[in-house]
Design a protein around this ligand. Structure first.
Ligand code: AMP
Ligand code: ZN
Ligand code: FE
Ligand code: FE
Length: 284
């Protein structure tokens, strides 16, 4: 049997992707994927639509990407197969989403006050689920100020710390790891070395995360060069963590394609084995 094609990190319109969850699962199967994880930012809002539309032959791993912080540095934690109604984690995700609304409104107001033509009303229209900077970036793009969504992530616009940037609530990553494990889920550190997005945490922090219950590192990712991948592979070995890979697909908001990077079958099987959430993965 050929190896299964496993992509463990994607976004839908439930957060800042451009593909609705029901189309995402169909597209994944058409493109030859065998396993797809749906990991929208701070939400399980896309799970039901993805489950209902799941084509035969595609296993759906239900997850989320949780907004976290450590030592003042923002980082993202992938959480797989957790119980979506476990109260502590569900409340933490709700608070993160609520904070995102206020900060997106603040960014839109700053932009509007400067006569850019961007409005909060328009940003809200563009966001179908969890609102994020890519929605604000789309509104900036529509007004003709930048050539594409990525070009809005600069100091002149809404890059971290930029002119129209506003911060949002983020969970301490060690607390987040404990919350995910407490809900039966499997925590994996997303793109640990994505330096293009801002500062990244030290190996010491990654070791602390491992101590708190981290299960894996997302090694193969579009934002990692060869040196970062080699470093993370070594670190995963030292700390006894799994190495995963995934596309971090965002539809038209990014250029990366589904399945651009993938996870090995042994690593995927180990993720499944580590899960004890109330909701099992859908197989077959
Ligand atoms: P937020 O979570 O609202 O602060 O927005 C962060 C989101 O913006 C993440 O999903 C990233 O994938 C996306 N993002 C960050 N940097 C870029 C970039 N340079 N180009 C496109 N999307 C980006
Ligand atoms: Zn995103
Ligand atoms: Fe991320
Ligand atoms: Fe992501």
């Amino acid at each position: 049997m050929p190896a299964r094609v496993i992509d463990l990190h994607t976004h839908s319109t439930a957060s800042d992707g451009t593909t609705p969850p029901e189309l995402l699962v169909a597209e994944a199967r058409e493109q030859g994927l065998d396993v797809l994880a749906l990991t929208d930012h701070d939400t399980t809002g896309g799970w039901a639509a993805a489950e209902q539309a799941r084509p035969a032959g595609l296993a759906l791993v239900r997850g989320a990407e949780v907004s976290c912080v450590r030592d003042g540095i923002s980082l993202h934690l992938l959480a797989y197969l957790f119980d979506p109604v476990e109260p502590a984690l569900a409340e933490a995700l709700r608070a993160l989403r609520e904070s995102r609304v206020g900060r997106a409104e603040r960014m839109a107001q700053l932009l509007e006050a400067d006569g850019t033509g961007v409005t909060w009303a328009r940003v809200q229209e563009l966001a179908g689920g969890t609102v994020g900077r890519p929605h604000v970036a789309q509104a900036i793009l529509e007004q003709g100020h930048v050539a594409d969504v990525s070009a809005a992530f600069t100091p002149e616009w809404i890059g971290t710390g930029g002119r129209y940037y506003a911060g949002k609530l983020e969970l301490d990553v060690l607390d987040a790891i404990r919350l995910v494990v407490g809900a039966g889920g499997v925590p994996v550190f997303a793109h640990p070395c994505a330096t293009a997005r801002g500062r990244t945490v030290s190996d010491d922090v990654i070791a602390q995360m491992a101590g708190a219950g981290l299960v894996g590192l997302e090694v193969d990712h579009v934002d990692h060069g060869a040196a970062a991948r080699a470093h993370l592979t070594g670190l995963a070995g030292e700390l006894g963590l799994l190495s995963t890979g995934s596309s971090d697909f965002h539809g038209a908001n990014k250029t990366v394609q589904l399945g651009a990077h993938t996870t090995s079958e042994p690593a995927y099987d180990a993720v499944l084995a580590a899960a004890s959430g109330a909701v099992p993965v859908l197989l077959g």
